[in-house]
Design a protein around this ligand. Structure first.
Ligand SMILES: [Zn+2]
Length: 497
C-alpha cells in the first residue's frame, strides 16, 4: 500500500510562495539527547552538514550494489497468494550473513518466512525498526509490457511487480543495515530490519504472527515503513508526506432477502431491487466530517505551502462552519482529500441472480468501508441501517477482527524531527504529516505503542504511472537511490551516537 495515489493533489509551482523558515536552526535540531552542550554550541556555529554528515555515503557510487540486490529480490516471484516469501527471505539472509550480520527467520508456514536482523546499539535508547514486506500483489501478465518478474531496466526505470510496493523499502533497509555494519557506526539504539511476509492481505503469517509470537524480536520505540511519499512537481520536490496514522478497513456486507419467483412476474419484494436501492443509498450517504490530529496537522501544513486558492480551501476545512462547502468541492475534485475527512463507504461488489428468468431469494453487496481510527462501528452500523431504511436488507460487518485502530504517531519526537531535517537538507522542502486512506502493517505496530512512520520514494504530482499495484509497476533508479539515502540520513540522525 502506498499513499501517492491517495493524496488529493499538490499545488502548482506557479504561485508557490517562498518557504518560510521554521525558526529552528538545522544544526540544533538533532536527535541525540546525549550530545553535550559544547557540541551543540559548536554545531550551531557550523553549517548543518558538519553535524549531520558524520557518516557520509556516496549513494550514487553504491548504486550498482543497491540495484544488484533490488534485482535479485524483484526476480523472486512472491505473488501473494501463495506468497513464497521464504525464497526472498533466504536471498536477504545470504547477503546479510556474508557480511556477518546475524539473521533469524520466523515462519508460521514453511513457505512464508519473515526475516529479522538486528544490529546492536549500546542500549541507551530503545530500538528503531525498519520494515518492508517481501510479498507482492498479483499481476495480469497480458496487460504488462514487460515480464513482471524480470526487473527490466529501461530509460532509467526498473519495471517489476514490487518495484514500488514494497521491495524498494526492503532493499533500502538492507543497504542501510549493511553500511551501518561496514562503517562500524556506533549506535545508541538497536536497529532492527524486518522483511515481512503477508502484508498484502494475509497479516496472519506476517505482522500478526510476529506481534503475537515474537514481539521481543521486533519491539521498538520507532518504526519506519511504507506509506508516505516525496511529492515532486516540475522536477522539484514540493514536500515529503510522512504518514502518522491510517484509516481502518471495516468492510460491510449487505444481504437482501425476498421470495424467489419467475422473472415474468414482478413482485415488490424482489431481493435484487432491494439490494440495488440499498447500495445506492449507502453510496450517496455523506458520512459525517470529522478531523483528527493527523488530518488537522496535514491541512494546516499543506495550506502553508499551497497556492492561495488551495490554501484558503485547506484552511476553511478546519473551520466547522465552512467545512461542508469544502467537502463538496473535495468530493468533486479531490477524492483523496474527501476520504480523509470521514469514514468512507464505497460499494465494490454486488452478487445477485444466476438465471435471466429467475428472481433470486437473496442478493449480496460488499461495501469497502474505511473507518476513521476513532470510529465507533456499532454506532456506524446503526446509522447505516437508518440510511438504508429497509428491513429486507441485513447490514453487518463482513468480518470481525482485522487491523486494529490506533492513535496517530507523534510529530514532536526525535524521529519525526529527523524526517523533517533530512527532507529539508536533501530536498530543501517541508515535511507534512498525514493520514493514509489505505492500510499498512504500521496499524499493528501503533496499536502496540510503537511510533510508526510511513515514508516513500519520489512520486510525481500527477500520480505515478506504474505505481503500487498497477500494470508496469516501476521505480526510477534515481528515486530508489534517494530512498536509500533518505533512510540512511534518518537512521544516522536517530540511532548513531
Ligand atoms: Zn505495500
Amino acid at each position: 500500500m502506498r499513499v501517492s495515489q491517495i493524496v488529493g493533489r499538490t499545488p502548482s509551482s506557479a504561485d508557490r510562495r517562498p518557504r518560510r523558515s521554521t525558526g529552528r536552526r538545522p544544526g540544533l535540531v538533532t536527535s541525540s539527547l546525549k550530545r553535550s552542550c559544547l557540541l551543540l554550541i559548536a554545531a550551531s556555529l557550523l553549517p548543518a552538514a558538519a553535524l549531520d554528515n558524520r557518516y557520509p555515503v556516496d549513494w550514487a557510487r553504491e548504486e550498482a550494489e543497491t540495484l544488484e540486490y533490488f534485482t535479485t529480490l524483484l526476480r523472486v516471484d512472491t505473488t501473494n497468494p501463495p506468497g513464497n516469501e521464504t525464497r526472498a527471505a533466504q536471498a536477504i539472509e545470504a547477503i546479510l550473513k556474508r557480511e556477518g550480520i546475524p539473521v533469524q527467520l520466523f515462519a508460521l508456514e514453511p513457505g512464508r518466512a519473515n526475516l529479522v536482523a538486528r544490529l546492536k546499539g549500546d542500549g541507551s535508547r530503545r530500538p528503531l525498526l525498519l520494515l518492508g514486506h517481501t510479498d507482492v500483489v498479483g499481476v495480469q501478465r497480458e496487460r504488462w509490457n514487460f515480464d513482471p518478474f524480470a526487473a527490466i531496466r529501461k530509460n532509467g526505470l526498473i519495471y517489476a511487480r514490487g518495484a514500488n510496493d514494497d521491495k524498494d523499502h526492503v532493499v533500502a533497509d538492507m543497504m542501510v543495515l549493511l553500511e551501518l555494519k561496514r562503517r562500524h557506526v556506533k549506535l545508541d539504539r538497536d536497529v532492527i530490519l524486518l522483511a515481512e511476509a503477508g502484508e498484502e492481505g494475509t497479516p496472519r503469517v506476517g505482522i500478526d504472527y510476529l506481534v503475537n509470537q515474537y514481539w521481543p524480536e521486533i519491539e521498538a520505540e520507532f518504526a519506519l515503513a511504507e506509506g508516505g511519499s516525496i511529492l515532486e512537481e516540475n522536477g522539484r520536490v514540493h514536500h515529503s508526506l510522512i504518514t502518522v496514522s491510517e484509516k481502518v478497513p471495516r468492510g460491510i456486507r449487505l444481504i437482501a432477502h425476498g421470495p424467489s419467483g419467475h422473472g415474468s412476474r414482478p413482485i415488490p419484494e424482489n431481493a435484487v431491487a432491494h439490494l440495488a436501492a440499498a447500495v445506492a443509498r449507502a453510496a450517496s450517504w455523506q458520512t459525517p466530517i470529522r478531523l483528527n490530529d493527523a488530518t488537522r496537522a496535514y491541512f494546516e501544513r499543506l495550506s502553508a505551502i499551497s497556492p492561495p486558492r488551495d490554501a484558503a480551501r485547506y484552511r476553511a476545512v478546519l473551520d466547522p462552519a465552512r467545512a461542508p462547502e469544502v467537502d463538496r468541492y473535495f468530493y468533486d475534485h479531490e477524492p483523496g482529500h474527501y476520504t480523509l475527512l470521514r469514514t468512507s463507504v464505497v460499494p465494490t461488489i454486488m452478487q445477485a441472480g444466476f438465471r435471466t428468468n429467475v428472481i433470486p431469494s437473496q442478493a449480496e453487496a460488499y461495501l469497502d468501508v474505511r473507518a476513521l481510527p476513532d470510529e465507533d462501528m456499532t454506532r456506524f452500523l446503526a446509522e447505516l441501517r437508518r440510511v438504508i431504511n429497509d428491513p429486507a436488507v441485513e447490514v453487518m460487518l463482513a468480518q470481525t477482527g482485522g487491523r486494529p485502530a490506533a492513535p496517530p504517531s507523534r510529530t514532536d519526537n526525535a524521529l519525526f524531527r529527523a524526517l523533517e531535517d533530512v527532507t529539508r537538507r536533501m530536498f530543501g522542502a517541508p515535511t507534512i504529516p498525514g493520514m493514509l486512506a489505505g492500510a499498512t502493517d504500521c496499524a499493528q505496530l501503533r496499536s502496540k505503542g510503537v511510533e510508526c512512520y510511513g515514508f516513500g520514494p519520489i512520486a510525481g504530482s500527477e500520480g505515478p504511472l506504474g505505481g503500487a499495484h498497477s500494470d508496469d509497476e516501476n521505480i526510477s533508479v534515481n528515486s530508489l537511490n534517494k530512498l536509500v539515502e533518505f533512510l540512511w540520513d534518518t537512521v544516522i540522525e536517530v540511532a548513531a551516537e
